[in-house]
Design a protein around this ligand. Sequence first.
Ligand code: LR7
Ligand code: MN
Length: 606
Amino acid sequence: MNLPVRKCYHAAKLAFFLILVVTILTLFEHWRGGKRSAGAQSYDPDDEYEKEILEDEARIIPGLGEGGLAAHLVGEAKRLGEESEKKLAINVYLSDRIAYNRTLKDYRNPACKRVVYDAELPSASVILIFHNEPYSVVIRTIWSVLNSVRRDQPWYSRANYVDRETGQTMKLGYPGQDPKSPYVYLKEIILVDDNSTLPELKGKLRHYVRTRLPPDLIRILRLPDRVGLTRARLAGARYAAGDVLVFLDSHCETQTDWLRPLLQRIKVSPHAVVVPIIDVIEASNFYYSVQDPVTFQVGGFTFMGHFTWIDVPEREKKRRGSDIAPTWSPTMAGGLFAINRAYYWELGAYDEQMAGWGGENLEMSFRIWQCGGTLETIPCSRVGHVFRSFHPYGLPAHTDTHGINTARMAEVWMDDYAELFYLHRPDLRKNPKIGDVTHRRILREKLKCKSFQWYLENIYKEKFVPVRDVFGFGRFRNAASGLCLDTLQREGEAVALGVYTCHSRLEPTQHFALSLRGELRDEEKCAEVQYKRHAGEIGEDVSRRVLMVTCHGKQRGQKWRYLPSKQLQHADSGLCLAAGAGEDVRAQRCAGGGAQRWDIDYSELN
Ligand code: LR7
Ligand code: MN
């Protein structure tokens, strides 16, 4: 009977052992579980970001702003939106509620759909720079770039797979690109954070990129100091590895197939710097607005150093041959362009001593043309940009970076024409604040660049040069009242011309000219006598308004004569410019007297 007892003993031992093991395992599990829940209590920032991002995503209203239509909120939400726009120049409250990857209607010239691009194109590094930009707007910009280069986009399937010269079948993408990569032609997106202070642009943005975007395609470059947009772009360019640098502001949305036309043009013409057509995304409702898919404008400038939009000159329409052909542009706005990376460095990249905002766009434009490149708008590439009415971010305290940067540009590229800038900004003439530009002048020498005069005569023939194309210019002082012609800073098409106390020096609002064509004008607008139908005969008491309107260059209605009596006579109506009691000038029947006599500062006719 020993045996069963022994058996029993062994069984008990085994059972005890098993219980022990199970207990230990259970305890261990328990301990691990406890540790896990303790971990959730201890702070992990990524969990916090994840939570915030999920909340953000839950706020999005499906369908809002879809297709690029205007988005509207009502009631309290509408009010909060307007409030955010007052503060940030963009309706950020609304932006937070529009899908990050909303679609846009295709606004391109229909002819663009028939263009055939090479299957193999240069690779692109897209560089987005930002300082305290609204988080959701930045994310939407990134999504828009990514979605537009997805291999499964219908326009890529229609790509030319057969090389036209060799007859070889080509793989869609850039040389060496993995054909299985879901993104075509895109080497990388480089986000350059110009030392933002908004917390959501730090960890949360990083977490978003890691969890929702292809992290291996997106780099975030954090600048340790706020350096301004020129140097932020330089930092991005230094880092970039793609064949082509594509710069965008971080509040953009791209249109259907916007990238290939830029890459194709640079492939064919490596010294072409190319810009898309820039459409307006309304800051208040995110409406993607397009004037007309066929006509678009190119870049001009004012001697104040500002970028302007101008109509494509008739001679250029002839030269380019087709509405969708590359169109020469005298300048570019600066924020959205593509350039061959090697050429960017060869051409002198940027003036790295430009701080803050402004000036770099005209500097680069003049440099491109004067040093042998071309600056072109590519009509089949369209990108929307949120235009803001003010800069929501602060700029380096009390420094007028636009003025200083423009002076640096003028010193290097404008030769004697720099005087026309200094006419507006005498305070910057020989001002030590501008800093040293020697190395940029050496660059100009080295690249054997042409003169500014060459640029004006060959690239921007239409530009009105207020000291060259004139009989007289400066202040126009009225003999009776002693007041000077003044735009009174009235803006808009067709605004009344006025008079104001003469400034001691030539101020832009009082800088008028009598052009060789006989226009009475400032840099952009020409004086016309308001024409009334059925006004009857010109009687003694006739008095008409004088309006400043865009110069058409055709003389009709915009021609004036400066008489030996110092009267300014309007050719079509025969009326003379007169200053009266009010602040607006009038066109009246010519008569003697000081009210119709005008002294011009600098005139060949005085
Ligand atoms: O200190 C700064 N650091 C920055 O990184 C200041 C700005 N920035 C960033 C900013 O976050 C934005 O992404 O730089 C980018 C451009 O700044 P914006 O959007 O305030 O400039 P803008 O659109 O008002 O101005 C235009 O002119 C500028 C001149 O310096 C730049 O060249 C902008 O890129 C340019 N924008 C465009 O060309 C878009 C089309 C607008 C037009 C016309
Ligand atoms: Mn911008």
